[in-house]
Design a protein around this ligand. Structure first.
Ligand SMILES: [Zn+2]
Ligand SMILES: [Zn+2]
Ligand SMILES: [Zn+2]
Length: 346
């Protein structure tokens, strides 16, 4: 048995125990340091010290000598924190340190190891690290592996870990496929939400532009009455609307069976306007506003339409408030959040 450079020089008192590793080497150490750092080691030391005469020897097996040495080093450091130089020095041994910190219940070291392993994650190792995360009950590492596997599946599929799982570990393969499917569905849901939000934003803008083209007060001049002059209002979409309205006014197929797609769209916009319009009946000059208002009072709109009205109202309020010169802070903030959410989904 080789006795290796131990930790007896770390403290004034001489080392009173040895840690034996898988390859037969042993490391001299102080029992009170190890016992105070890990409840599991404390029990093992206590049991070993009750033996007859023999010196206190604790086996730490299943990992390399370097990993055990690094593990004991951290127990001695007792600063509950790993400095960058140490993190670098441990390098590839972090996976073994994660297992050791979990098995010997050293919480702070386990968290540090989990972060270090996550930082070194590659597609080739994702499946093995996922297995390790499950064994060591390390949820953050588990999520990182699952996300990486979903993102770079082509590379993960080439890894030995994945090939092994396919051949020998049906449960793990199933778990991985479920994780990938979940990620796919999440992406699809995000894309759908993003498209819906963008549509509402555009409709909200169209509603604000309609009110801009047809101002409420009877005496007010339409701000965008002249369809050929450029609109002074920032971000105004009234040009497109003007073109659509001119088409609507002259289209011969407006009432024909099957109808005209552009006219149908215009009618939908007028109907949507009537649903979000809060002007008094006679004060609104948007075409067909009072007609659609009267119609909506007769019958109840379906659920999808009501939901659309709610979302468009919100988008319209947001867009018109954000345009004002002096925007209350709370509005500016929530508009930024609204747009950020859209950008994040993009
Ligand atoms: Zn305009
Ligand atoms: Zn038409
Ligand atoms: Zn109206």
């Amino acid at each position: 048995m080789t006795i290796c450079a131990g930790f007896d020089s770390y403290r004034a008192s001489p080392a009173d125990m040895r840690v034996v590793t898988s390859d037969g080497q042993s490391i001299a150490a102080h029992s009170y340091i190890l016992a105070s750092a890990s409840p599991v080691l404390e029990r093992m030391i206590d049991r070993a010290q009750r033996g007859w005469g023999a010196e206190c020897t604790i086996p730490v097996l299943g990992v390399s000598f370097d990993a055990v040495h690094a593990f004991i080093h951290f127990l001695y450091s007792s600063k509950s924190k790993v400095v960058p130089a140490e993190e670098e020095a441990v390098g590839a041994n972090w996976t073994q340190l994660l297992a050791l910190a979990h098995a010997y219940r050293v919480g702070w070291l386990k968290r540090a190891a989990e972060a270090a392993v996550s930082a070194r994650l590659t597609p080739e190792r994702a499946v093995d690290m996922l297995k390790l995360a499950r064994l060591c009950d390390a949820p953050r590492l588990y999520m990182r592996c699952a996300r990486l596997a979903a993102k770079e599946f082509a590379a993960v599929e080439q890894s030995d870990g994945w090939r092994f799982a396919r051949r020998h570990d049906a449960a793990l393969e199933l778990e991985l496929l479920t994780l990938l499917e979940d990620a796919d569905q999440r992406n699809e849901r995000w894309a759908r939400e993003r498209a819906a939000q963008e549509a509402c934003r555009q409709l909200g803008q169209a509603m604000a532009s309609l009110e801009h083209i047809f101002p409420g007060e009877s005496g007010a001049k339409a701000a965008c009455a002249d369809a050929d002059a450029p609109c002074a209002r920032a971000g105004c979409t009234c040009r497109g609307l003007q073109v659509l309205m001119r088409h609507f006014a002259t289209c011969a197929r407006k009432m024909a069976p099957g109808g005209c797609a552009r006219c149908k769209r215009m009618l939908q916009l007028f109907r949507l306007h009537a649903s979000v319009c809060d002007r008094p009946d006679r004060a609104c000059r948007v075409p067909l506003c009072s007609h659609f208002k009267a119609k909506s009072q007769m019958g109840k709109a379906d659920k999808t339409w009501r939901l659309l009205v709610k979302k468009v109202t919100r988008a319209k309020v947001m867009s018109s408030m954000a345009e004002r010169k002096v925007v209350p802070e709370v509005v500016a903030e929530s508009w930024a959040r609204y747009n950020r959410r859209g950008a994040k989904l993009r």
